[in-house]
Design a protein around this ligand. Structure first.
Ligand code: GLN
Length: 574
């Protein structure tokens, strides 16, 4: 393998080599994994996850293999037990890890699966260390933050590269530099940078506040933030500056001078109209190129973003618009339904349609206002959730979609509510419910899964991760997927009660997808309805820019048709 190290102090202002090289990537890599650390300063919510995912996308588009990891400085073992109001959506991976929503961005951008190893919290780090201590693995030593906690952090960062498949491991540290709780992570980065030398670099993301009174962007908070990092022993190699207004060349010079970074390594990150623009903005600013040069990788191939640009074009140039009602109880916080929102956008681009989401609070829906709130929509999506709050509103929304033949998509609790609504209003079992909402219901059409009954811990004990499902030939879902054998991700404790399967089938609600081993019902569909699909799993987690999810794609397609020519309600026909 040929290695060419670039002298960090003589970085050329010209692009180095932008043509694909003969012989492929391995010729330009040293063979060892490169580590990129991403920290944030000044304030939280600057979009570290999106910048990390964008850099990863650019490196991937040059033919490198990349994975991204999120280190979260909170004490929870994982975000599975967190209320969505605290931390937004909990994202579930193929291997059943309950993780931070940034992992959703990583998968949507890269179209490669993540796993438990891609999200580590302080709680998990301490749990591992304490378990080792109990097993006597520290051989009588005093167990301390340095070196034991920092070693465990370093072990987790390097665990991803041990698979031997990644050219780059990008590690994003949650929180803001200066937080007490992120200190061990910064210390682990300091040590790893020292150990890895040319194979590691760090990127610091900061904010340039704009003072409207003086009409200026200010660099001082960035300087202070870098000072804070320096006081912890970490010299950032690249600064990404988030800004609402264009930076001037002079500003880049100033930041470079005060923060000991190359002028070209000061990257402007302007506000974008969509997160999917960020890889292109970062490419314009040559973030990936500077990264490669600083890691001493020469002769790298050019990024091929044809498919990405194609998606963006369709996303930004819709031919039509569709109104989708998203019914849930956390709608004030859109992050609680992040993957659903993104999956709708992917499906919209695929259909050259702008998806306008109406965020409808399930607690506000009742029999009197349902027609007013949901009338005129192209489709209705009832969201996942836990507990009884807002359930009656969800049932009203489903009844409206069923009776008025509005395309309906129910996800997890949304599917379970579709079953309850059918039991109550079609089968005539008043009071039918899920035992989650009413343990003593006479009609437990949704009941706790057998394996769940013995579980007492709340964290990580649901049915989680990917399971196979067999779809019925000729069903709406099989038509959408274009196949009958699928695998989808789950996160639930309750299931369709198969004791009622026959009664439902006879009345027109079919089990269109079943787990081939356990016979758990994974998909329900209505016979006499243009498109009514409820899924026990979470299809939204698997929708990516490169591969929009087939069910979302079809849902938007039928919603566009319905919006243009609403199906006649049975009642209206009668
Ligand atoms: N609360 C339901 C269950 O545990 C649905 C879960 C969900 O929507 N993710 O089965």
């Amino acid at each position: 393998m040929r290695v060419r190290h670039v002298d960090l102090h003589t970085l050329s202002l010209r692009p180095v080599i932008t043509k694909p090289i003969q012989g492929g990537i391995k010729d330009v890599m040293t063979g060892s994994t490169k580590y990129i650390f991403v920290t944030g300063g000044v304030t939280s919510s600057l979009g570290k996850g999106i910048v990390s995912a964008s850099l990863a996308k650019l490196l991937q588009a040059r033919g490198f293999t990349v994975t991204i990891q999120k280190l979260d400085p909170y004490i929870n073992i994982d975000p599975g037990t967190l209320n969505p109001y605290e931390h937004g959506e909990c994202y579930v991976t193929e291997d059943g890890a309950e993780t931070d929503l940034d992992l959703g961005h990583y998968e949507r951008f890269l179209d490669t699966p993540t796993s438990q190893a891609n999200n580590v919290t302080t709680g998990r780090i301490y749990q591992n260390v304490i378990n080792k201590e109990r097993r006597g693995e520290y051989l009588g030593k005093t167990v301390q933050v340095i070196p034991h906690i920092t070693d465990e952090i370093k072990r987790n960062i390097q665990a991803l590269s041990r698979k031997g498949i990644y050219d780059f491991v990008i590690t994003e540290v949650g929180g803001t530099v200066g937080d007490i709780e992120s200190l061990p992570y910064i210390e682990a980065i300091r040590q790893l940078k020292w150990e890895k030398g040319h194979d590691a670099l760090s990127i610091h993301l900061t904010l340039l506040p704009y003072l409207s009174t003086s009409g200026e962007l200010k660099t001082k908070p960035t300087q202070h933030s870098v000072k804070e990092l320096l006081s912890l022993g970490v010299q950032p190699d690249i600064l990404v500056c988030r800004t609402e207004h264009p930076m001037t060349r002079g500003m880049k010079d100033k930041i470079a001078l005060f923060c000991n970074v190359d002028q070209r390594a000061v990257i402007e990150s302007a506000d974008a109209s969509t997160i999917y623009d960020v890889p292109l903005l970062m490419q314009q600013e040559q973030l990936d190129q500077v990264v490669l040069e600083k890691l001493g990788i020469a002769n790298f191939p050019e990024a091929d973003l044809t498919r990405w640009r194609d998606f963006l074009y369709r996303f930004k140039n819709p031919k039509t618009t569709v109104q989708i009602g998203l019914v849930g109880k956390y709608v004030e916080l859109h992050d609680a339904y992040k993957s659903i929102k993104e999956a709708l956008d992917h499906a919209g681009a695929e259909n050259e349609t702008k998806v306008e989401i109406h965020w409808i609070h399930s607690e506000k829906i009742n029999a009197k206002n349902v027609a007013k709130l949901l009338g005129g929509l192209g489709g209705i999506l009832v969201a996942p959730g836990f507990g009884h709050r807002g359930i009656e509103g969800k049932l009203e929304a489903i009844r409206f979609a069923r009776e008025n033949k509005v395309p309906f998509f129910g996800i997890c609790l949304g599917m379970q509510c579709a079953v309850i609504e059918f039991a109550r209003n079609v089968l005539g079992h008043a009071g039918a419910n899920s035992t989650e909402m009413d343990a003593d219901t006479k009609w437990p059409v949704i009941d706790m899964m057998e394996e769940q009954k013995t579980k007492t811990d709340k964290g990580g004990t649901m049915r989680l991760g990917a399971y196979p499902c067999k779809l019925t030939e000729g069903s709406l879902s099989a038509a959408a997927y274009g196949k009958t054998a699928i695998k989808e991700r789950h996160r639930h404790r309750y299931e369709f009660n198969n004791a009622y399967a026959e009664e439902f089938r006879k009345a027109g609600m079919l089990a269109a997808g079943v787990n081939p081993q356990t016979k758990l019902v994974e998909v329900v569909e209505l016979k006499d309805h243009p498109w009514f699909v409820g899924v026990q799993y979470h299809p939204e987690y698997k929708s990516t820019v490169a591969r929009p999810h087939p069910l979302f794609k079809r849902f938007i397609e039928v919603a566009v048709k319905h919006q243009a020519a609403p199906a006649k309600a049975e009642k209206a026909k009668a």
